[in-house]
Design a protein around this ligand. Structure first.
Ligand code: MN
Length: 225
């Protein structure tokens, strides 16, 4: 695990994303963080990241996570990211790597369910528990064959395990806002000088209509009264 690829792919004078120059986080974490960043780049996808060995192991999930155990979501493994990346919400300028709007869609902590997570990751069968606001309970990432050989990326499936947090609720559609700021992709793009029209295509259709009718989406309800 290394941040070399992360560093090589980006020009840090051109993007507000955090550089990897500090290397791995030196703290010995008492809990491991996870984050899901909704990213309206060339294609809309959800970047699913788990802190491990001082970096964020990362997968791009085109359709986003599903709470339904019957639904397997393709997750392409991408380069490790610095731990500091977990708080990044904003705009990567057009023309830069991953250019587009980024939202912190969910975040929290995670815990491996296997005694040797390094071995589980290597084998391509990583079981874990999430404690986020939108994603909770038991999940698995399973590496699949085929796909991605030439691009150097491996394809995995992200699957919810059956437990009391499993549900048929379409979480990506029904809870589309930033877990940190309550903003839609369109609002992030507007506030931070991004491509507003393009960002809006990553927001649910119903919401676009609501916004055009002059109403703003509800702010995050996580403030104290
Ligand atoms: Mn991405």
């Amino acid at each position: 695990m290394s941040l070399e690829k992360y560093q090589q792919k980006r020009r840090f004078q051109g993007t507000p994303e955090p550089p990897a120059e500090d290397g791995r986080a030196k703290r010995k974490p008492s809990s491991l963080i996870f984050v899901v960043q909704k990213h309206r780049a060339t294609q809309l996808h959800y970047d699913f990241r788990l802190e491990w060995n001082g970096v964020l192991l990362s997968w791009a999930v085109p359709k986003g996570p599903s709470l339904d155990p019957a639904v397997k979501r393709l997750a392409m493994q991408v380069e490790d990211h610095p731990v500091e990346y977990a708080t990044f919400e904003g705009v990567i300028p057009a023309g830069e790597y991953g250019g587009g709007t980024v939202m912190v869609w969910d975040k929290g902590t995670w815990e491996p369910e296997q005694p040797d997570p390094d071995e589980a990751f290597k084998k391509g069968d990583l079981k874990f528990t999430l404690r986020g606001k939108k994603l909770t309970g038991s999940w698995v990432l399973v590496r699949t064959r085929g796909f991605g050989g030439s691009s150097g990326r491996s394809s995995w499936l992200l699957i919810k395990h059956r437990d009391r947090y499993a549900s048929r609720k379409d979480i990506a559609q029904q809870e589309p806002f930033s877990i940190v700021t309550g903003r839609s992709l369109e609002q992030i793009a507007r506030a931070e000088g991004g491509d507003v029209e393009k960002a809006a295509t990553g927001d649910p259709v119903l919401m676009e209509k609501r916004e055009k009718a002059g109403r703003r989406p509800a702010k995050s309800s996580r403030r104290s009264p």
